[in-house]
Design a protein around this ligand. Structure first.
Ligand SMILES: *Cc1c(COP(=O)(O)O)cnc(C)c1O
Length: 400
């Protein structure tokens, strides 16, 4: 995807005033994109804050009407600090301690996704202690018998939610402070096909309906989590929102639920972010062309954990022939690879690379302390003006 020329101008300004890698988030692009997502009445949208908790990003989501899914006290405090009312917050996450539950309720959160039987018990106890009623969704994890076609792909067992068998042991009348309004299910990520999503969701419906009938609560809400993908390479096409909406509308009809919910992370914010990275040098090693760059998995860890690089281009225009480069960050570990990319062969130590789709799972999904390189700066583009929100910080600012 080519970068818009107005955005490109700002990226060039950043490259002129900085020496170290930094993130730039285009809030003007984000605002347009989010209003497209909100312009419908099929699905209620929450933002999965873990994708990017930056204040300006959270505020932009709040302005367009998104609600917020938080999974830690830190995320909750960050969202509340942006003046989002606690009534707009949903709490999911596998590790809800009694202490955290108490804190969330004290801060005004009333909607929770329970991921275990203990969570249900602790939520009820805390709600009684605070004399409040909570809305509850049960997070379900489905598996298919071995040998049968498994629509969830990897079929890896995770700590997220519980199997229906376990949930069947729940007697809801024992929890008077909780109103069970629906189920939550989310087991797959970065999906790029609306047809595939539709068929996955359709296969979820019978076991989920059966569970709500067995436990005796009406399925008012079906929360399908996140999982909408963005392309990380040139061969993949973008997932079209209108196609997703059609699939969701069909699921809404077939399930008979009053409300569909999703918490979007990647699909909401990935595309608004760029990671600018200075080239340190080009070298040849056993016939392989390598580029060494200033920032690596200390700032964008995802290539090492997901095995998928962020798309990369050269900031400058060049007429030189393209060539494949293996790009390596500054960490003294072979894990620090940012992928293989085709770039003009005259790329050199005065150049900057631009990594795109880094608005999600970038800055906070990284390992900035390893080897004491500077922390990345963060910029926003807002109403076509560039603002520096965080200076690049040297290691002595956090080492003790
Ligand atoms: C991470 C997460 C999401 C967001 O996932 P994306 O694939 O980034 O949209 C949604 N819901 C829950 C519970 C999550 O943990």
């Amino acid at each position: 995807m080519p970068i818009a020329s107005t955005t490109l101008q700002h990226l060039n300004t950043v490259a002129q005033e900085q020496f170290e890698p930094c993130f730039v988030y285009d809030l003007d692009f984000l605002r347009d994109h989010l209003s497209t997502l909100m312009d419908q009445d099929v699905v209620k949208l929450w933002y999965a804050v873990k994708a990017n908790p930056l204040s300006a990003i959270v505020r932009t989501l709040a302005e367009t009407g998104f609600r917020f899914d938080v999974a830690s006290e830190g995320e909750l405090q960050q969202v509340l600090a942006q003046e989002v009312p606690a009534s707009q917050v949903l709490n999911t996450g596998p590790a809800k301690s009694r202490r955290q539950i108490d804190k969330f309720i004290a801060l005004g959160v009333r909607t929770f996704v329970a991921e275990s039987l203990n969570q249900v018990r602790w939520l009820n106890e805390a709600a009684l202690a605070h004399d409040v009623q909570l809305q509850l969704l049960l997070r379900v994890q489905l598996r298919w018998p071995k040998g049968e076609k498994n629509p969830l792909g990897g079929d890896s067992l995770t700590p997220f939610g519980l199997d229906p068998q376990q949930w069947r042991g729940l007697y809801l009348a024992d929890y008077p402070a909780l109103q069970c309004i629906g189920v939550h299910i989310f087991q797959w990520g970065n999906m790029l096909s609306a047809d595939k999503l539709l068929s996955l969701w359709q296969q979820m419906l019978p076991p989920l309906k059966a569970l709500s009938e067995q436990l005796g609560f009406a399925l008012q809400v079906l929360d399908l989590g996140g999982g909408l993908g963005v392309p990380y390479d040139d061969n993949s096409a973008s997932l079209q929102w209108q196609d997703v909406l059609r699939a969701l509308a069909q699921i809404k009809r077939e399930s008979g639920v009053q409300e569909l919910w999703m918490e979007l992370g990647r699909y909401a914010v990935a595309e608004c972010g760029y990671y600018l990275n200075p080239v340190v040098e080009q070298k040849e090693n056993y016939g392989e062309h390598q580029l060494i760059v200033s920032g690596g998995i200390n700032h964008i860890l995802r290539p090492a954990v997901a095995g998928q690089a962020f798309p990369c281009t050269l900031l400058r225009e060049s007429q030189a022939k393209p060539r494949k480069f293996n790009i390596h960050g500054p960490l003294c570990t072979a894990l620090d690879s940012l992928g293989t990319h085709t770039l003009a062969q005259d790329v050199n130590e005065n150049d900057w690379l631009v990594f795109s789709q880094t608005g999600a799972y970038g800055f906070t999904e990284s390992m900035p302390f390893f080897l004491c390189h500077p922390m990345a700066a963060e910029y926003i583009i807002d109403n076509n003006v560039l603002h520096l929100l965080r200076e690049s910080a040297s290691a002595n600012s956090y080492l003790r």
